[in-house]
Structures are given as structure tokens and as C-alpha cells.
Design a protein around this ligand. Structure first.
Ligand SMILES: *Cc1c(COP(=O)(O)O)cnc(C)c1O
Length: 420
């Protein structure tokens, strides 16, 4: 049996323990929702205030050059590249995940239409995040392709002569299950298809090596494990072998080879710069840059491999404590036990009351979230940058008390809100 003292001992030995100090975490809160919105880095407020006061206020339009605003998508993109196995100059931070997915899927469809016009199907997982499926559905309708949705275990055998693209999210938002990116990419490409990856729940949480996997395209989210703030710009990567082949469909002036020539015809920039569309949200890019400061602060302490080791230790502990301390309360585990198949979250099921249990936990300061089913899911993100092993202990203790006392049955915890 694991004790609170054991958890405190793990914290004392944790090489990443000092990174928690980089965040302005509210007192009395155990934050297990950094996979949905990362917490505020302590220095972000002052950095953004300075950008407002000095760069906007004093520098005015000159700041596009003097404060480096114009290069922010590339500069921030280069920092993200180091976290996902991409190279400098291959990633831009821009737009939203949904919009970037539209751009890369469209470019991928163009490549398939040119190289293998008989391929007409886009494959994805039925439990993929809905916006990914909606974007794919709308593009397939527009371009005359068919979107086919399958269960994860059906994908390998469904790849075939008709498959144009396999579009997957690396770590599933509902279950926390993680694909083997290299193996799945290899299988897709062996079948003649392109592999498009969404790294929304991976970047900053698990090790990703896009080049080693020989992936074709990738997008990811800035406001989850990268701690870039609400609505932070997302990112986009295209393998250099594809980057110059086609226009992306949102051909705006920021993706032009010479935007300040103000030419009346479009000439795409070389490389990833053509995946920019219009003027970018400078203040939000600065907030994302602050978020990346927190993730990159782990570099001298072992970087992503060290974060991944701690993430697995946190999720292992969470699972073990739930099974030791909440046994008999009807909880099920959906997240895979096998490390290679697990992201950085633990998802539990319960036939009754999942929503209300999450609300009761939030009222106690333990913030996780609920995802409607079936099966209904209690979702706990365990971000290794700022969570302590003691936090895991406390979260499970609160969960045990909420279940044992029947507190979740109260009416106040059973009223649904729009966003949880
Ligand atoms: C969080 C998430 C998104 C978010 O997309 P937005 O365009 O930022 O709303 C998209 N896809 C996946 C898989 C996600 O987890």
C-alpha cells in the first residue's frame, strides 16, 4: 500500500520539483485539467503587460520590426519544434488547431490527387476529437473524398488501395490511449497513404519524434500542455518533402513569398511560412512564448524524457491509489495500463454520477473534467511540470471521500453547465 509519506518522499526525490514554482497556481487547488487549459506561468502577466506598455504603447507600428513581432510565429515555432522532433524552420505557431488541420488536410488531399488519384478515402478514429472529424468531413465533402471512421483496433486492416490519408490524434482526448506514431505511420505509408497527426494532447506531455516517425503532417495545440493561455495559437508542421508541393487553401498575405511587395498575385513562401494566413495575434503569441519558457525550463533537468518519466510515475500512482483506496465504488479504468499506450492522463468510468462526482471534486478544489459518454468519463490530466505526487494523493483522497459519503448525489452537483 502506498502512503502519503511515500508520495512526499517521491516529491523530495523528483528532479523536476522546482519547476512548479514557475506557475501561479491558486492556493487550495489541485489542478488536474492542464490537458484542457494549462495554468498561468508566473512571468506571463508582466511579460504581456510590458509588451502592451512598451512594444504597443511606445513602439507602436515600429514594433513589428524592433520588437520582432513579425517573426514571432517562426520564433515560437522553432521552440515548439524542439519538443516534437522537428527541426528549426519547420514549425509555425499560428491560428487554431482546427484551422491548421484544415490547411494540412487540404494540402495532403492535393498531394494524393496528384500522385494517386484513385485513392478516395480518409480514415480516422470514431473517438477522435470532434473538431478534427468535422474539419475532415467538410473537406471530404468539398473535395469528393469519403471520411471513414473506425475503432482504433480496426485501422490497420482497413488501410488499403483506396486509402488517401490516415488522420489520427496521437493521444486520445477521452481515453488517454496513445498510438505508436512510428508504427502506425509506417503501416499507413506502406499502404500508400499519408499520415496526418494531431499532437494536441502530446506536445509538452509525451515524447514525440516526427522525423524519426517519418510523419507527413502534424498540428498541435498551444493552450494545453504548452501552457500558452486560453485560445493560444496552435502549431503546424509539414515534412520538408511536402512543404513546397502545394498551396494551403488559406493563401493569405503572411504566407506570400514577399508580403511587403503587395503584389496582386499570390506566390507562396518557401517552406512552412506558406502555412501562415493573415496578421497574427501578437499578444497571444507572447503568452504562448511564456508557456514554452516553462516547458523548456525542463531542458537542463532532462527535458521531455524526464517529463515523460514523471508523467508515467504520476499516472501509475493515480491508478494504483484509485485501485487501493476507491475499491468497491464502481470505478472503471479506460486508460491503458501499458506505458507505451498511455498519454499523460487517467480516465475513469462510472455507470452513474460521473458528472456529479467531477463537480463535487471541483467544489473541493480538485479540478478535473467530465466527458459525456457512453461511457461517461471522469478525466484527470497529470501534467508533470507542476504536479506533485502529494497532489495525486490528495486528489484520490477527495475522490474516495466524495464516493464514500455519497456527496455527489446533492442537487447542486447535478446541474449541468455549458463548459466544464
Ligand atoms: C484540444 C483539441 C483541439 C482544439 O482545437 P481548437 O481549434 O483549438 O478548438 C483539436 N483537436 C484535438 C484532438 C484536441 O484535443
Amino acid at each position: 500500500m502506498t502512503s502519503l509519506q511515500d508520495c512526499r518522499a517521491l516529491d523530495a526525490q523528483d528532479p523536476l520539483r522546482e519547476l512548479r514554482d514557475l506557475f501561479a497556481l491558486p492556493a487550495g487547488v489541485t489542478y488536474l485539467d492542464g490537458n484542457s487549459l494549462g495554468p498561468l506561468p508566473k512571468h506571463a502577466g508582466e511579460r504581456i503587460a510590458r509588451a502592451v506598455r512598451e512594444e504597443w504603447g511606445e513602439g507602436l507600428i515600429r514594433s513589428w520590426n524592433s520588437a520582432g513581432w513579425f517573426e514571432l510565429p517562426q520564433r515560437v515555432g522553432d521552440r515548439i519544434a524542439t519538443l516534437v522532433g522537428a527541426r528549426a524552420g519547420e514549425v509555425v505557431a499560428t491560428d487554431s488547431t482546427s484551422i491548421n488541420l484544415f490547411k494540412v488536410l487540404s494540402a495532403a488531399l492535393s498531394i494524393v490527387q496528384a500522385d494517386a488519384p484513385a485513392r478516395r478515402t480518409v480514415l480516422s478514429e470514431r473517438s477522435n476529437f470532434p473538431t478534427d472529424l468535422y474539419i475532415a468531413e467538410s473537406l471530404c465533402r468539398e473535395r469528393g473524398f469519403t471520411l471513414r471512421l473506425l475503432e482504433a483496433q480496426e485501422l490497420a486492416s482497413a488501410l488499403g488501395e483506396d486509402t488517401a490519408i490516415l488522420m489520427l490524434t496521437h493521444v486520445n482526448y477521452r481515453s488517454g490511449a496513445m498510438h505508436d506514431m512510428a508504427a502506425v505511420t509506417r503501416a499507413a505509408q506502406a499502404a500508400g497513404a499519408l499520415a496526418v497527426w494531431d499532437l494536441a494532447h502530446s506536445a509538452g506531455a509525451v515524447e514525440v519524434d516526427l522525423h524519426a516517425a517519418r510523419a507527413d503532417f502534424a498540428v498541435g495545440c498551444g493552450y494545453k500542455y504548452l501552457n500558452g493561455g486560453p485560445g493560444a495559437p496552435a502549431f503546424v508542421w509539414v515534412h520538408p518533402r511536402h512543404a513546397d508541393r502545394f498551396w494551403q487553401p488559406l493563401a493569405g498575405w503572411w504566407g506570400h513569398a514577399a508580403p511587403f511587395a503587395f503584389a496582386s498575385d499570390y506566390r507562396p513562401a518557401a517552406g512552412i511560412a506558406r502555412y501562415l494566413c493573415g496578421t497574427q495575434p501578437v499578444l497571444s503569441l507572447i503568452a504562448l512564448d511564456c508557456g514554452l519558457d516553462t516547458v523548456l525550463a525542463a531542458q537542463p533537468l532532462g527535458g521531455m524524457p524526464a517529463l515523460r518519466r514523471k508523467s508515467l510515475a504520476l499516472t501509475d500512482l493515480f491508478i494504483a491509489l484509485v485501485e487501493e483506496r476507491c475499491a468497491g465504488h464502481g470505478l472503471g479504468l479506460v486508460t491503458p495500463r501499458e506505458h507505451a499506450c498511455r498519454g499523460s492522463q487517467v480516465c475513469l468510468t462510472r455507470d452513474e454520477g460521473a458528472y456529479a462526482i467531477v463537480q463535487a471534486l471541483v467544489a473541493r478544489g480538485v479540478i478535473g473534467d467530465y466527458r459525456a459518454g457512453p461511457p461517461d468519463i471522469l478525466r484527470f490530466g497529470l501534467a508533470p511540470l507542476y504536479l506533485r505526487f502529494e497532489d495525486v494523493w490528495n486528489a484520490v483522497e477527495h475522490l474516495r471521500e466524495v464516493l464514500a459519503g455519497g456527496e455527489w448525489r446533492r442537487a447542486e452537483f447535478n446541474r449541468k453547465q455549458a463548459v466544464t
